[in-house]
Write a protein that binds this ligand. Structure first.
Ligand SMILES: NC(=O)c1ccc[n+]([C@@H]2O[C@H](COP(=O)([O-])OP(=O)(O)OC[C@H]3O[C@@H](n4cnc5c(N)ncnc54)[C@H](OP(=O)(O)O)[C@@H]3O)[C@@H](O)[C@H]2O)c1
Length: 287
């Protein structure tokens, strides 16, 4: 298959590039905003035609959660309008769209992991624009797999793990919220799961939504403590409440995603968050 990856220089796209480097089954076309702006419908159509795209993995997104509160138009363009452009391009050519979404589509007041079909209730501009993007992909009629993930990190770009390691080098102690619970996800593990989904489905008809994160549920405080420990930092981590750390965008207090559907469908085992964190930190130490 000819596979288009958009937003390929971000965290997830970079992991797909690494996997593709040792994968010979498919022809991969990697693009980012400088080579294919997914908001540009004409450019998307041309790319699909010229490259004869059979599947598109949309890793492009507006991911600055707080900044989105001040830039709702731009966030809407990239997270809502552009997925529709990609979905329409896929529909015309009977191609598959693998579209990535977020735990922030949920309200955060649940007491047990969110199932794929649970009602959404986004609390932020980012969450709303991603939820609308999902809706337009579903309504387009194209073959799609929407994969919601959460708390993504990797050795590239900006993320919580890299921020904590940097603070570990520069601060004696830091405060981290201990009343928001979720699931960290190593971008490498998500990329592997996406390739498994792609290979399993091939060009067959599909209209499914999945959840993928690493196994286990923790707070940002737990996560920060583990990062400091595994990164060999002596910086002390103090637990605080969300009220003590006001942010522009409201975060869900509980955004744990139920993984049973993707495990059964793709036949995969998912690593625990700590095992994957160890591997990512090892990778960062090697760099
Ligand atoms: N990061 C998280 O914690 C998290 C959590 C849950 C879900 N997700 C979802 O997971 C997916 C991957 O996230 P990520 O962390 O890998 O994102 P990322 O690192 O922010 O990468 C996104 C990439 O998309 C590019 N991009 C932005 N606008 C574009 C456009 N108009 N056309 C083409 N490319 C464009 C960005 O370029 P610039 O850098 O130049 O803007 C960047 O290279 C996204 O759908 C995101 O919503 C992420």
């Amino acid at each position: 298959m000819n596979i288009l990856v958009t937003g390929c220089n971000g965290q997830l796209g970079t992991e797909l590039q690494k996997i593709a480097a040792s994968e010979t089954q498919h022809h991969w076309v990697f693009t980012d905003v400088d080579t294919l702006d997914i908001c540009n419908k004409a450019a998307v159509e041309t790319c699909f035609d010229e490259q004869q795209i059979d599947a598109c993995i949309n890793c492009a997104a507006y991911t600055a959660v707080d900044k989105a509160e001040d830039e709702p138009e731009l966030a809407t363009l990239i997270n809502t309008f552009a997925p529709k452009v990609l979905a329409e391009a896929c529909l015309k050519r009977d191609a598959l769209l693998i579209h990535i979404s977020t735990d922030y589509v949920f309200g955060g007041d649940a007491k047990e992991p969110y199932k794929v079909d649970d009602p959404i209730n986004p609390q932020s501009v980012y969450g709303s624009t991603k939820a609308e993007g999902e809706r337009l992909v579903r309504e387009s009629g194209c073959n799609y797999m929407i994969v919601r993930t959460a708390w993504l990190y990797s050795s590239v770009g900006k993320n919580f793990v890299k921020t904590m390691l940097m603070l570990g080098d520069t601060k004696d102690e830091i405060n981290v919220v201990a009343d928001q619970k979720g699931c960290p996800t190593w971008a490498h593990d998500l990329a592997m799961a996406l390739v498994t989904l792609l290979n399993k489905n091939g060009k067959n008809e599909v209209h499914e939504t999945f959840h993928f994160t690493n196994e286990g549920q923790i707070t940002w405080y737990d996560f920060a403590t583990a990062i400091m420990e595994l990164g060999g930092k002596t910086c002390k981590v103090n637990p605080i409440t969300t009220d003590q750390y006001p942010t522009k965008a409201k975060r869900p207090a509980y955004s744990v995603l139920d993984l049973s559907k993707i495990k059964a469908y793709a036949g995969i085992e998912i690593q625990g968050w700590r095992e994957s964190l160890v591997k990512c930190i090892e990778e960062l130490k090697r760099e």
